[in-house]
Design a protein around this ligand. Structure first.
Ligand code: PLP
Length: 367
């Protein structure tokens, strides 16, 4: 017998499992609208032109030294401008503790560990539904989870009334995970007025808003507009937390580049918090990778490349189709169309070549 006899196979990830099944299907008609990644009209992966250009500028010039423990100072600075506003006083006054993170997942995980370490009795309220990995992240960080209403299946919109009730009924000072924009998996976001009401109620209840912003630019096509929810909370004086990812909006999936930030009361507090965030990262991965961070900081700090990026980012991603799990099963089994069983369609998987086939198949399983 060996050391690992008792190890059973882990449950398949619901999203990555869809891609595996797609790859194994020999049908020439197969369609994958499961995975949240940019594809060109032939279904091939896309690298943004601004990224290609940044890489040309880096080529041959990059040394392989370690980044500082907290990551690229320049990348962090540019990320904060995107989230908190180009001219934010909070950035100038150094009120924000921030570290480069291993994309959005890593940012959420370091925050969850920080929450557990410094407020061990706190819980996290997570929307229903949400990106499935949120549950895993806070579970592994040993933070207990509650849920709040978000999506309303009948209207395929926001269940605003139920959401507000949950916010009001949560104990004062609760932690809430909010999708800053382009909610995954539903694609449903509160309106600006609704965000104002949510922010107001958070103030009344002294709740902590943690924004997961994995798709800045994907909801409206404009990263600035997509930061609106965060800006409303900042205007109302909330001490927010924020996880940023460049996986989607720069198509840097495998580079694992993102940013975790926590707004603090003052610079002294921010220095302490940052040092603790770094200390959490140190035994996990020491310091973050350099290449993707350089790509991001070059693009965001160069007006020409940034303008190029802003043009390239104007595409949406997810749409909650309302398809039921058995209808999704029929799409997969009869039509070789792959998506998660919650009916989420990644619009990037829809191409000129397959849109007719897809539409017809959806019609067949829903009529
Ligand atoms: N948060 C949400 C809501 C997501 O949908 C995703 C990715 O699908 C992430 C975070 C994290 O992605 P990454 O770690 O690749 O940045």
């Amino acid at each position: 017998s060996s050391w690992w006899d008792h190890v059973e196979p882990a449950a398949k990830d619901p999203i990555l499992g869809v891609t595996e099944a797609f790859l194994a299907d020999p049908s020439p008609e197969k369609v994958n609208v499961g995975v949240g990644a940019y594809r060109d009209d032939d279904g091939k992966p896309v690298v943004l032109e601004c990224v290609r250009e940044a890489e040309r500028r880096i080529a041959g010039n990059l040394n392989m030294e370690y980044l500082p423990m907290g990551g690229s100072i320049k990348m962090i600075e540019e990320s904060l401008k995107l989230a908190y506003g180009e001219d934010s006083e909070l950035i100038k006054d150094k009120h924000i503790a921030a570290i480069q993170a291993l994309s959005g997942t890593g940012a959420c995980r370091v925050f969850a560990d920080f929450q557990r370490r410094f407020l061990p009795d706190s819980q996290i309220y997570i929307p229903v539904p949400t990106w499935a990995n949120h549950h895993n992240i806070w579970r592994d960080a040993h933070v207990s989870q509650r849920t709040f209403h978000y999506y309303h299946p009948e209207t395929r919109g926001l269940d605003f009334a139920a959401m507000m009730d949950d916010i009001k009924n949560a104990p004062n000072g609760s932690f809430f995970l909010l999708h800053a924009c382009a909610h995954n998996p539903t694609g449903v976001d509160p309106s600006e007025d609704q965000w104002r009401e949510i922010s107001y109620q958070f103030k009344v209840k002294n709740h902590f808003p943690f924004f997961d912003m994995a798709y800045q630019g994907f909801a409206s096509g404009d990263p600035e507009r997509d930061a609106k929810a965060i800006r409303i909370f900042l205007d109302d004086g909330h001490m927010i937390g924020c996880a940023q990812s460049y996986a989607k909006n720069m198509g840097l999936y495998g580079q694992r580049v993102g940013c975790l930030s926590l707004l603090c009361e003052n610079e002294i507090q921010a220095v302490s918090v940052k040092s603790q965030l770094q200390q959490i990262a140190r035994p996990m991965y020491s310091n973050p990778p350099v290449h993707g961070a350089l790509v991001v900081s070059i693009i965001l700090s160069d007006p020409e490349l940034k303008a190029m990026w802003l043009k390239e980012v104007k595409i949406g991603m997810f749409c909650y189709s309302g398809l039921k799990p058995d209808q999704v099963d029929r799409l997969t089994n009869e039509f070789h169309i792959y998506m998660t069983r919650n009916g989420r369609i990644s619009m990037a998987g829809v191409t000129t070549g397959n849109v007719g086939y897809l539409a017809n198949a959806i019609h067949e399983v829903t009529k």
